[in-house]
Design a protein around this ligand. Structure first.
Ligand code: AMP
Ligand code: MN
Ligand code: MN
Ligand code: MN
Length: 278
């Protein structure tokens, strides 16, 4: 069975490793088909593809787009996109645009609870300053000794109801799916188990996603508990959505699951790569 990993982040967004280092790690871990899916950014794709080609692993150009739907932040992964497509590139540039101001607001809130210097501190962790995100703030808070790990930071900071949370308007669902499709890609709902949806709301979301041309859903992801693997496999089977698998790897000391290390997709779903020439 092919080892397919279609979700991870480089230092072009909020991952720790460069695209080249990720390719080498994917190879070492036995990944056969690998996608780089940086947040709202395509800057790592060319390097990642070149490294994957060199190493003899199959590469899929990807992206993870931040959207706002019904007041919630949702992530839509695009797979098999043309990274030179103008609609997609311009769309992503507009999504990235708000991050600096948001970062300043996050820092102001942290300052108000006695943690000064967070904007500059987080920026030091952002190799791509256009992509300043909450993960970089979390790394800064770990550096300052406020918490021991990034995931502990996210229990007390940067999330709704805690210091450092700034509501933000990302792209719309319609825009994200349109950009991905106009770049020739396939749109996939990222880590569905992470959103605080009730069943009714989730069904409405999925209906809209499909009506716009969205096709897939992550079933096996580093963001799911094992019980959610079966839950979302059954959901994919019931609805006919294509199933995806991806570690959502961000870095060797931060991520619970390494590239290529998750269980395979269960047999009752149709893989998002079922019709790719692999
Ligand atoms: P942003 O796009 O700046 O809002 O940052 C979102 C990123 O923060 C996600 O892609 C994750 O990398 C990280 N993140 C969010 N929640 C958590 C969490 N509970 N634990 C660890 N990382 C998280
Ligand atoms: Mn991330
Ligand atoms: Mn995500
Ligand atoms: Mn991700």
């Amino acid at each position: 069975m092919l080892n397919v990993d279609l979700h991870c982040h480089s230092n072009v967004s909020d991952g720790v490793l460069s695209p080249m280092e990720l390719a080498a790690r994917a190879k070492a871990n036995g990944v056969d088909v690998w996608a780089l899916t940086d947040h709202d950014e395509l800057g790592g794709i060319a390097q990642a593809r070149a490294a994957a080609n060199e190493l003899g692993i199959r590469f899929v150009a990807g992206v993870e787009i931040s959207i706002t739907w019904a007041g919630k932040t949702i992530h839509i992964v695009g797979l098999g996109i043309d990274e030179n497509n103008a609609d997609l590139r311009e769309g992503l540039a507009s999504v990235r645009g708000g991050r600096e101001l948001r970062g300043r607001d996050i820092a102001e809130q942290l300052n108000a609870v006695g943690i000064p210097g967070a904007f500059e501190g987080a920026l030091k962790f952002a190799d791509n300053p256009e992509l300043l995100g909450r993960t970089h703030f979390a790394r800064f808070l770990v550096e300052k000794g406020v918490r021991n790990t990034v995931s502990e930071v996210f229990q007390s900071f940067l999330v709704e109801g805690k210091p450092g949370f700034v509501p933000h308007r990302w792209a719309t669902l319609e825009q994200s799916v349109r950009w991905i499709r106009s770049a020739g890609g396939r749109a996939v709902i990222a880590h569905p188990g992470r959103y605080a949806f009730d069943d009714l709301q989730f069904n409405v979301f999925v209906e809209q996603f499909r009506a716009l041309g969205g096709e897939g859903i992550e079933v096996i992801t580093g963001s799911h508990y094992p019980a959610q693997y079966d839950q979302y496999a059954a959901y994919a089977q019931k609805t006919g959505l294509l199933a995806s698998r991806g570690s959502d790897f961000h870095g060797p000391t931060e991520s619970r699951f390494d590239l290529g290390s998750l269980p395979h997709l269960p047999p009752n779903v149709k893989p998002v790569w079922h019709d790719w020439a692999l």
